[in-house]
Design a protein around this ligand. Structure first.
Ligand code: HEC
Ligand code: HEC
Ligand code: HEC
Ligand code: HEC
Length: 135
């Protein structure tokens, strides 16, 4: 009996540790806020595409992202700076590429994208919302 208790408290301690370390890993991985104005610098990739010496290049996992998407995560107070995680997509996206047709607020019974999503293009939704893993 005693042994069981010891093991279960070790388990709890480990779980707490895991939660703490994954939370700090996440905080460290959030998008850095760009330290300069975006105005007049809309061609983000001209400087951050890896070709310009002395500039921080966008990480490898950014491949395929377009200039219009960058401020969605890197602008101060952008949606990507939100402390809340973007909900997973509980459905297939094939044949449902027009996200805003259903989530734009006009279709009854569908969760509308929040107000801070104004101006976001359908092609950029999946940058933050990914399809939930199949069970
Ligand atoms: C004319 C060049 C230029 C353009 C265009 C430009 N930046 Fe920058 N950016 C810089 C410089 C210089 C710095 C500061 C030094 C550095 O981190 O490379 C910087 C820093 C950053 C950083 C901080 C990186 C870090 O790890 O601290 C981010 C994020 C960033 N820019 C995003 C953007 C986004 C998003 C755009 C487009 C809206 C953009 N930049 C357009 C030159 C540019
Ligand atoms: C969906 C959110 C998202 C979008 C969109 C996005 N980024 Fe990022 N970016 C991140 C995150 C998260 C990090 C930090 C983690 C990492 O390094 O992978 C990052 C890191 C960076 C850095 C810093 C790299 C370093 O070494 O410090 C630069 C520069 C950058 N992004 C530029 C861009 C540019 C340019 C675009 C548009 C083409 C862009 N980002 C679009 C989320 C995003
Ligand atoms: C034809 C309508 C339709 C289209 C198009 C559509 N969705 Fe959905 N979406 C739904 C419905 C219905 C649900 C609710 C539950 C379900 O399907 O399981 C949902 C749920 C969601 C949720 C979960 C919201 C929550 O809080 O749980 C997200 C996120 C989402 N969709 C994102 C997207 C994205 C991103 C796209 C485009 C790639 C998209 N949807 C395209 C109908 C649609
Ligand atoms: C830069 C990241 C980002 C992009 C791009 C993005 N979202 Fe979101 N989305 C979020 C975050 C974070 C939340 C939750 C927090 C909030 O409301 O700000 C959210 C919330 C939502 C919700 C509400 C879910 C609920 O439970 O109420 C819907 C629906 C949604 N997004 C749909 C979309 C659609 C459709 C697009 C493309 C037009 C899109 N999102 C693009 C980050 C993003």
């Amino acid at each position: 009996m005693k042994l069981v208790r010891v093991f279960s408290s070790i388990g709890l301690g480990l779980a707490a540790l895991l939660i703490v370390s994954s939370a700090s890993a996440q905080a460290a991985k959030g998008p850095p806020v760009m330290p300069h104005d975006a105005q007049g610098r809309e061609q983000c990739l001209m400087c951050h595409g890896g070709a310009m010496e002395g500039m921080k290049a966008a990480p490898a996992d950014h491949k395929g992202r377009t200039n219009d998407s960058c401020p969605l995560c890197h602008a101060k107070e952008s949606v990507g700076q939100s402390a809340t995680a973007a909900a997973a997509i509980p459905h297939d996206t094939k044949g449902r590429e027009q996200c805003l047709m259903c989530h734009g607020g006009a279709m009854e019974g569908m969760k509308a994208a929040p107000a801070n999503h104004k101006g976001i293009d359908n092609k950029n939704c999946a940058l933050c919302h990914t399809v939930a893993a199949k069970k």
